[in-house]
Design a protein around this ligand. Sequence first.
Ligand SMILES: C[S@@+](CC[C@H](N)C(=O)[O-])C[C@H]1O[C@@H](n2cnc3c(N)ncnc32)[C@H](O)[C@@H]1O
Length: 261
Amino acid sequence: MTNISFDDEMGRIQRALAQSHDLVVRRNTVIETLNLQTGEKVLELGCGGGSYAFEAAQFVGPTGQVSAIDISADQIAAARERCARFAWVECQIGNLLDLPYQDGEFNAVYSVQVLEYAGDLGKAFREIHRVLRDGGRFVNLSTNWSSCVWYSENKERMRRVLDGWSAHETHRDLPTILAGELRKSGLQLLRQRAVPIVNTSMGESSFSYWISKIIPGYVVGRGAVSKDEADAWAAEFAELDQRGEYFFSLTPVLAEAIRIS
Ligand SMILES: C[S@@+](CC[C@H](N)C(=O)[O-])C[C@H]1O[C@@H](n2cnc3c(N)ncnc32)[C@H](O)[C@@H]1O
């Protein structure tokens, strides 16, 4: 079950977030790890607005192929527009739990902040295993939201907001269970490493600026805090920033695996 939808305003904010300094750094790290070669066929799960597919297309070139799938029609419309110049990028609406691709079709599959929203994780990994060829690479980035340290003078309110927010993912702290899930599906984990985010000021180039725009609507909608509390929670960041006391940190984890059978 998906706990959050990336259509409409949520999709718009997610695509703005993708252009933040923190996520440009993340994108470079993921793309470097994928090590794409000319002519390779690569699949992106949950492509959002297509910023990764746009980069991947330039590495595989016209003799390669980038297939990108997302469950949100809004996100796919944005991804098609972003990648329009590359005839070898194909973006389609679909569910990663039921991939519309042939067995062994891809040299590499990758997903960034997506599998935590998938319902049946075992099925997701079986599908990834099925569409990868032997020796094919899988790269995933997911966040342990339990690692979030976000300074507030009202610690109790911050705790309730972050507890409410943690429900937005079906699989919380996915990196902590990834190795076992990969192994069960026939994918061999090679390594995991942190791609941390630290924000000491709050502006549009920071990850936490955009996340702070998404969180209030979600936690108020779930009844985790009142609208007044959520407004006060958001307003505190500008005050802290002005005093030079703003602090946010989070530990997303990048995993590399290969298909071994
Ligand atoms: C947090 S966004 C990440 C987008 C993109 N990977 C990025 O990092 O910019 C999560 C994306 O996963 C998509 N998604 C969620 N569940 C999905 C599913 N079961 N199948 C395909 N896409 C899914 C959402 O629609 C959304 O675009």
